[in-house]
Design a protein around this ligand. Structure first.
Ligand SMILES: C[S@@+](CC[C@H](N)C(=O)[O-])C[C@H]1O[C@@H](n2cnc3c(N)ncnc32)[C@H](O)[C@@H]1O
Length: 407
């Protein structure tokens, strides 16, 4: 007789969890399921009693593609679940906070995607990795990507046909820019004369703005600029950019609200200046970032802009060499947007600095809550949190939190 499992909750990766814990991907709380138990995971899952939150996944590739984890759940459920993940992370650190309603990016709005591509006997295969597997699932359509990226799938295929091998996989980063597609390929064959020529021809054929091969620029028909507010920046190939325009605007709006009235702002983990540019309409900004190519792009963007207050830049590893409390004393607001690990060393210095206002942008509620606890213990009040979902149907969550120092 097959055993029934009742799903109790979702884990951080969006998998259902039954007593054990036993993980059951693509199930929902309250559902009774059966399946084949391998270790602590169920496969060949059958839903015996579906949740009222279960919906038909909009995408035909959902069964096999690993790109999305939550298309089987209603939008309302996903929104509630993401808010609850933030609440639970805060509760684990004994923090209470006001959460503003989540802002979710529209379908088909992702402007940047990293695809996998491989040369095959017949041509090439392009898509995302399958669920818990290293194999590429070919996609012909995607409900997450902006149509400008879906239409560019043949570009990734062409790259694999020209410079991929049957053994190794290419990673193809496609980014929509103001003037066309910015394509950065990694893992391709070493460049030689004929390959370079063929790639340059592909750039023309597909009207690409820029093509980069293993970090070498092959062709740039037009500088692939991005608007950050009204200002323009040309990010280095493959550089970080907020995943959707909607997400960028939601995060920026919250950062701007927290920073209102500031005169001198430190923007830490600044990237190419997503927040530095809008902030420089308000106040002087010192932008600190670990990647020199990004600070160069930021600086060039600032030099080309009109009417902005000063933005100075600094290349610095903020994990090893955080801005010290003494250095932070000159700023009345600190904005920080660290990677998933959070900013343990930097937050320790912010806490000592007593900088009056902190805007913390995070892509990981757990590391955020850990850092928030440190700030609260140092006398800061967590005023509110804006939760942002720009990775629709995935388990990723982003947020902006505003802290003020108690007097
Ligand atoms: C989440 S991104 C945010 C970038 C920018 N604020 C934005 O919104 O576009 C995190 C940034 O931190 C930078 N970074 C990662 N580790 C770092 C470190 N140890 N020191 C300084 N910057 C780092 C990355 O290069 C990246 O630009």
């Amino acid at each position: 007789m097959t055993q029934d499992y009742t799903i109790l909750r979702l884990g951080h990766h969006g998998d259902g969890i039954a007593d054990g814990p036993i993980y059951a991907p693509r199930t929902l709380p309250g559902e009774v399921v059966t399946g084949v138990l391998e270790g602590d995971r169920l496969s060949d899952i059958r839903i015996k009693s579906p949740s009222s939150e279960r919906v038909k996944a909009p995408c035909d590739h959902y069964k096999s593609c690993g790109g999305c984890q939550l298309q089987h759940a209603s939008d309302e459920f996903v929104a509630r679940w993401k808010m609850d993940v933030v609440r639970a992370a805060l509760a684990a650190q004994h923090i209470e906070a006001i959460l503003r309603p989540i802002q979710t990016s529209p379908v088909r709005s992702r402007r940047r995607a990293v695809l996998s591509a491989r040369r095959t006997k017949k041509g090439a295969l392009t898509g995302f990795h399958g669920r818990s597997s290293g194999t590429i699932v070919e996609i012909s359509d995607c409900h997450v990507l902006d149509p400008g990226l879906t239409n560019a799938l043949p570009v990734a295929e062409a790259m694999a046909e020209l410079g991929g091998s049957r053994k190794a996989e290419l990673s193809v980063t496609l980014t929509l820019s103001e003037v066309g597609l910015d394509v950065a390929v990694r893992g391709g064959k070493a460049l030689d004369g004929p390959l370079e020529l063929a790639l340059a021809q592909e750039t023309e054929r597909h009207g690409l703005a820029r093509l980069t091969w293993n970090d070498e620029i092959i062709a740039m028909r037009q500088a692939p600029a991005q608007h950050l507010g009204p200002d323009l920046v040309v990010p280095p190939p493959g550089a970080f950019l907020q995943a959707t325009k909607h997400g960028e605007q939601a995060l920026t709006q919250a950062v701007m609200e927290i920073s209102k009235g500031a005169k001198k702002i430190a923007d830490l983990f600044a990237g190419c200046g997503t927040f530095s540019f809008p902030l420089a309409h308000l106040a002087e900004v010192h932008a600190v970032e670990g990647d020199a190519a990004m600070t160069r792009a930021l600086d060039q963007g600032w030099r080309m802009s009109i009417g902005l207050k000063k933005i100075s830049t600094e290349v610095r590893d903020l994990f090893r060499r955080p801005l010290m409390a003494d250095e932070l004393k000159q700023f009345d607001t600190v904005v920080l947007d660290p990677p998933r690990a959070g900013a343990i060393a930097q937050i320790a210095e912010v806490a000592v600095s007593k900088c009056p206002v902190v805007a913390y942008v995070s892509c990981n509620p757990i590391s955020f809550a850990r850092d928030a606890k440190k700030l609260c213990a140092a006398g800061y009040t967590l005023e509110w949190i804006q939760v942002v979902d720009q990775f629709r149907w995935s388990s990723h969550i982003e947020l902006v939190a505003g802290f003020t120092l108690r007097r």
